[in-house]
Design a protein around this ligand. Structure first.
Ligand code: 7GP
Length: 833
């Protein structure tokens, strides 16, 4: 390609090629130019928001220059690429991350200061890009950061929602949801109006004989919607590699605008059609770990899979390779089952459009895909009703039936005397209506299936997917324990701790190889080092205290033990256990003599997290937390001994303030329910200790940091089924300390008891599915141990330092390399100048 352009042309181009700023002066020049021309502002009306936009544009210029180089190099070398398909990318803010990744934050700080701005204030102007719900979406964002940092040729594919996850406000103790219209001020995306794909829905399937006499299918007469590409550059840390995140936006296809209606004077209805097309990418579904089977959601899934697949196939076809080489060039990772239709779509393209035989096509498909499962919760497992799919995607449903037929035939051959297994593993559940089991389809269409922590992957193999282990053997199933990017979750969120570590280790290399952290264990007894460590924690707590004061009006004592639980609100994550524990503490303090009170370790219990708008029980938990806060925080008998704080609108940028400020954080899901958890890793990496159940990645964190450095409690996963079974048969005795808590609630101590009756009855009367009562005593006792440990600050510090030193395993870079080696089979590709 390069050689086809004549030298003089190339010469002229090179001469005028955009250049990257490196010095403060060059940065200021770019900044002022953007403010004056791109933003049409001036010295006299440049506010912080304009300074943010100008700075972002200056950095964006840099990123896109590197992006261009990276894309060219990846195209010319033509080696295998990864495509990460995720319906969610919970990115948070970009500017700070971009500054740090390209290593020019200090330049920006100095330049902005010359113009009268503080870099921190400018950074704070940015609106979070919140295209995700929780763990699954944030993991996708960490993947992007690591893949770029490690120089993997990799693209993300997602949807460009006009509304991200809603903003949460707390009004009278209740959650209120505000739409998050975030695109007005987003400098990080590049619209590619020339890159569009027509996506079909509905219609019907015609059978015909092609010129070779082969029976073929064509899908006709559907409705067409257009997908438009928007590209977001993803810079790696300390590398030139800048990868691409391509997000699709929907609009009516130009041919679709109904001119007949228009000519008939029905302009309004013509516009309504237009708007209907745009709704496909309008809003992120706000459920975490829950699928509700809505048609629009299925439309989103197909729209995004079909556009992405078309794009991937188009790129592959340019190389003129044989189809058999497709899996040597392309790995596609499915972030849970949301993109499972991509499997069917690729099979459809290969057999209906490209004329491959079924078996040949299917072999390409299965070698291409990998599937990551993030949860064992039954309510999160996707199933689509057959009639719904029949209507929306008739050809795809046929292909699914075909895939199922061949699969079941092979199972029957292997297990000729086992009729039950066929109905158990069938992609089609024989219910009314029939349902398509997306996880089964994903397993059958992939060459690797992985869980996200050891326990989780084991549970997949022994429970949910055990028949498939029998059918395919254990090798198709693997584990890759999650991680987090140390760039955002240490360096960016906690710059002082990062600097202290760098000073001791002699460089910031640990940000690229987190296992180097182990060298700080040598300083655990170094007095000066410990003191600095403690000072940094204190400053981070002060920063959070300031945020709490500004947003809730409550003063919190920075010397108190900060106890944090921030994550989506869900019964399985058991924020109810936490708030019941807080009430228990409150009641205990109230019953104390003045003398006894002197021995109490002051605590601030901090909560944060969103409830899905339709998840009533989760909203009740938020309500209770806020009511308890009202009572406790104003009780003169309590004073500083206990404060309860609910931080509204928990999101990525708030997590960056909260994680470095915890003394202890709570990861207390019912054993066996949390796939991995990733905030547990963020807190420990920032020098906070954790209290947790033997669940998800807590188990591996314990193995890495040592059990003397973590507070574990509660029943084990292997005991859960039996306990539930016993409760179901009436064998249940409410924990007496929990009973005291319930009595207080029933005495209207926290407002009208009726508001919380469902929460209580789910435990007292309806089987306590999440084992709150079973674990209560152990939880309370363990918190007493936390108090005791906190009183010995020297030992606490030693635990904190040792834990951080041993967290190298949880780097997202380790995770990415494991996927690359064991699932994708891709190699890094350096980008040079
Ligand atoms: C989450 C899991 O609940 C969490 O344990 C895990 O750390 C995270 O994925 C990343 O692997 N799952 C979701 O966010 C989710 O919505 C349902 O899963 C598909």
């Amino acid at each position: 390609v390069e050689a086809s352009i004549p030298e003089p042309l190339r010469e002229a181009w090179r001469k005028h090629s955009a250049t990257e700023f490196t010095t403060k002066d060059e940065f200021e020049k770019d900044l002022v130019r953007h403010i004056e021309t791109t933003l049409a502002r001036s010295l006299y009306n440049c506010d912080e928001l304009a300074a943010y936009s100008g700075t972002a544009l200056a950095f964006r210029d840099r990123l896109i220059i590197e992006w261009n180089k990276t894309q060219q190099r990846q195209t010319f070398t033509d080696q295998k690429r990864v495509y990460y398909l995720s319906l969610e990318f919970l990115m948070g803010r970009t500017l700070d991350n971009a500054m740090l990744n390209v290593g020019l934050k200090d330049v920006a700080r100095d330049g902005l200061s010359d113009l009268g701005f503080r870099v921190e204030d400018v950074i704070n102007q940015e609106h979070d890009a919140a295209l995700g719900n929780g763990g699954l979406g944030r993991l996708a964002a960490c993947f992007l950061d690591s893949m770029a940092t490690l120089n993997y040729p990799a693209w993300g594919y997602g949807l460009r929602y006009r509304y991200g996850i809603f903003k949460q406000e707390i009004v009278n103790g209740y959650q209120v949801e505000i739409p998050d219209y975030w695109l007005d001020n987003n400098p990080w995306e590049f619209p590619r109006h020339e890159i569009t794909v027509d996506i079909q829905f509905y219609g019907n399937v015609k059978k015909y004989q092609d010129e070779n006499g082969r029976i073929s299918h064509s899908w006709e007469d559907g409705e067409i919607v257009q997908a438009v590409a928007y590209d977001v550059p993803i810079p790696g840390y300390g590398t030139k590699t800048t990868n691409n995140l391509r997000l699709w936006s929907s609009k009516a296809s130009s041919g679709e605008f109904d001119f007949q209606k228009f000519n008939a004077g029905d302009y309004e209805s013509a516009v309504a059609d237009q708007q209907r097309a745009e709704t496909i990418s309008a809003v992120l579904y706000p459920n975490d770990n829950l699928e509700r089977g809505k048609e629009l959601r299925l439309k989103q899934q197909y729209f995004w899979c079909a556009a992405s697949l078309f794009d991937i196939v188009r790129r592959f076809k340019k190389t003129k390779r044989a189809w058999g080489e497709f899996p040597d060039q392309i790995a596609i990772q499915l972030n849970d089952t949301h993109p499972t239709l991509a499997i069917v779509e690729l099979q459809r393209i290969l057999i209906d459009k490209e004329g491959l035989e079924w078996d040949e096509a299917w072999s390409v498909v299965t070698k291409t895909f990998g599937y990551t499962n993030h949860t064992v919760l039954p309510e999160a497992l996707e199933k689509w009703s057959v009639p719904l799919m029949q209507n929306l995607l008739p050809r795809h449903l046929q292909i699914i039936y075909e895939i199922n037929l061949f699969f079941l035939q092979s199972v029957e051959k292997r297990f000729p005397n086992d009729r039950d297994i066929l109905s158990r593993v069938s992609i089609i559940e024989e219910s009314h209506p029939k349902m398509v089991r997306m996880a089964y389809l994903a397993i059958i269409g992939s060459h690797k299936v992985n869980g996200v922590a050891e326990l989780h992957s084991d549970l997949l193999k022994t429970t949910l997917f055990k028949d498939f282990v029998k059918i395919y053997g254990p090798d198709r199933f693997t584990n890759v324990t999650n991680g987090i990017t140390p760039r955002r979750w240490l360096h960016q969120a906690n710059p002082r701790l990062s600097a202290l570590i760098a000073e001791k280790l002699g460089s910031y290399d640990f940000l690229k190889d987190l296992t180097l952290l182990d060298k700080i264990e040598a300083f655990v007894d170094d007095k000066a080092f410990r003191e600095e460590w403690a000072v940094i924690k204190r400053e981070n707590k002060l920063r959070l205290a300031k945020h709490i004061k500004a947003t809730t009006g409550f003063d919190v004592n920075p010397n108190a033990l900060f106890d944090v639980q921030v994550k989506r609100i869900h019964e399985y994550k058991r924020q109810q256990l936490n708030i019941f524990g807080v009430i228990h503490r409150y009641l205990s303090i109230k019953a104390m003599s003045a003398e006894e009170k002197k021995k109490v370790v002051p605590r601030v219990s901090i909560f944060g997290g969103k409830a899905a708008p339709g998840y009533w029980m989760a909203k009740t938990i938020i309500h209770l937390i806020n009511k308890v806060a009202d009572v406790v925080n104003k009780d003169p008998e309590i004073g500083d001994l206990l404060k309860v704080i609910f931080i509204a609108d928990y999101n990525v940028s708030k997590a960056e303030i909260i994680c470095p400020a915890s003394d202890i954080s709570e990861h207390i899901s019912t054993a066996g329910t949390e796939g991995s958890g990733t905030s547990n890793m963020k807190f420990v990496l920032n020098g906070g200790l954790i209290i947790g159940t033997c669940d998800g990645a807590n188990i591996e964190i314990t193995r890495e940091i040592g059990e003397q450095n973590i507070f574990l409690f509660g029943n084990l996963a292997e005991d859960v089924e039996d306990l539930r079974h016993r409760h179901f048969y009436g064998d249940f005795k409410l924990d007496p300390q929990l009973e005291r808590v319930f009595d207080a609630i029933k005495d209207n101590v926290f407002g009208d008891k009726a508001d919380f009756s469902a929460l209580i009855s789910s435990i007292e009367e309806h089987g306590d599915y999440y084992l709150v009562s079973d674990d209560f005593n152990s939880y309370i006792t363990t918190h007493e141990m936390v108090d005791e440990a906190f009183q010995n600050q020297e030992e606490w510090l030693a635990k904190s330092i040792t834990s951080v030193a041993r967290m190298g395993f949880f780097s997202m870079d380790r995770v990415t390399n494991e996927y690359a080696d064991s699932i994708w089979n891709v190699e890094p590709l350096d980008v040079k100048d």
